[in-house]
Design a binder for this molecule. Structure first.
Ligand code: TTP
Ligand code: MG
Length: 395
């Protein structure tokens, strides 16, 4: 399991979600074929336990057919409110692992863990910790996880060892992993496109990948190009966090690329100041920080690390950001510099009394800085750093 992990993306998908929740809440259903839906003649199967899948029962199948395949199944009416409740528990677990969590449906999400190996260990260990945390938080539910450096491969991978499984696809294993799979595994290839591809001799992903890109583009337009890119494991899409409030970030796209630590630091200071102010305004603290750099050739690099204690102070955020900076290769030019604070929590009331004197002093200074910035606007204070004017825009 080697290779250059530019990004580490986890796709986590609960196993037989609705059915598993029913088996959790009703122990008498454990080990039984459970089919979620109603017994009414027109009902379709919402999902079913793995014990029912052995008989060929599947989601979206007419209930009558499911009961023909598995007559002794327990049919259970869905309880959406309960599933939504469990869904928020698992999403909260994911949020503890990264500020970049993109929920895809009630039971699955992408989690960007790039740059987090210092905290969570190598990819397989990350997946293990996540699965354990989900199990503990839910009281016993299992989740399958795929890990790869792209969303597409991570999503395909999470399905490979279901239920209760992990599949890690290192960057140098992508071709070997994807190519033997049927073309229907490619995002956007439905039954119609599948039939078209097959009629042209492309049954497996590898058959698509080895054709010239232009051939796919000519036959299927932009969509064809997308299929070709995915078949070759190329997928630049970023994990997009849905809820901004779970993290506070500030990044700057620079008019001129910057090179080297001294040129990067002022932009991080700007980010830290803005983030700290925003945290204080909402009486929140952050427990971890992520530094983001985009190279001149658009490669996105991130590193993240925990704070020694939750804080809303710019110097404390900055101290961690500076140590994270040591973990980047800073030899290339960067077009974007940014920072995100996450693992947010409300500031405990009256905590001030118990803080050491230097922390209280820093808080007072922070308050004074906030007042100056509120009066004169961002950029009025750079804490002694020399930042060229007009270099960078707020995003
Ligand atoms: P899935 O993740 O697709 O299915 P699953 O979690 O039941 O099983 P697994 O991931 O182990 O293959 O969908 C999540 C839930 O969404 C599922 O438990 C029930 C609901 N669902 C439907 O109601 N109808 C459907 O057709 C599908 C596919 C899912
Ligand atoms: Mg699922």
């Amino acid at each position: 399991m080697t290779g250059d992990w530019q990004r580490i993306i986890l796709h986590a998908d609960m196993d037989a979600f609705f059915a598993a929740v029913e088996q959790l809440d009703r122990p008498e259903l454990r080990g039984r074929p459970v089919v979620i839906g109603s017994r009414s003649p027109r009902s379709v199967v919402s999902t079913c336990s793995y014990e029912a899948r052995v008989f060929g029962v599947r989601s979206a199948m007419p209930m009558t057919r499911a009961l023909t395949l598995c007559p002794h199944a327990d049919v259970v009416e869905p309880r959406m409110k309960r599933y939504a409740e469990v869904s928020s528990v698992i999403m909260e677990v994911f949020d503890r692992f990264s500020p970049l969590v993109e929920p895809l449906s009630i039971d699955e999400a992408f989690i960007d863990m790039s740059g987090a190996t210092r905290i969570f260990g190598p990819p397989r260990q990350m997946a293990g910790s996540l699965r354990q945390a989900v199990k503990e938080a839910t009281g016993g539910l299992t989740v399958s996880v795929g890990v790869a450096s792209t969303k597409f491969v991570a999503k395909v991978a999470s399905d490979m060892n279901k239920p209760d499984g992990v599949t890690v696809v290192a960057p140098d294993e992508v071709t070997g992993f994807l190519w033997p799979l049927p073309v229907s595994r490619i995002w956007g290839v439905g039954p119609k496109a599948q039939a078209q591809l097959e009629s042209l001799g492309m049954r497996r992903i590898g058959d698509v990948a080895v054709r010239p890109r232009t051939e796919l583009a000519q036959r299927f337009g932009v969509h064809g190009e997308q299929i070709w890119l995915l078949a070759n494991g190329i997928d630049e899409r970023e994990v997009e966090a849905e809820y901004e409030a779970k993290s506070v970030g500030r990044e700057f796209t620079l008019e001129e690329d910057v090179r080297g630590r001294p040129a990067i630091i002022p932009h991080l200071l700007r980010s830290a100041d803005a983030i700290a102010r925003s945290l204080r305004r909402s009486n929140m603290t952050a427990g971890a920080v992520r530094v983001k750099l985009k190279t001149a050739d658009f490669r996105l690099l991130t590193r993240q690390g925990g704070l020694p204690r939750p804080t809303s102070s710019a110097p404390e955020l900055m101290a961690v950001a500076l140590s994270l900076l040591d973990r980047f290769d800073l030899s290339c030019a960067f077009r974007l510099v940014g920072m995100t604070a996450f693992a947010l929590a409300p500031l405990p009331p009256q905590e001030d009394l118990f803080l050491p004197a230097e922390v209280r002093r820093q808080r007072k200074l922070d308050g004074a800085v906030d007042r100056v910035l509120e009066k004169f606007g961002d950029g009025a204070l750079w804490r002694g750093c020399d930042l060229p004017r007009g270099n960078g825009d707020d995003k």
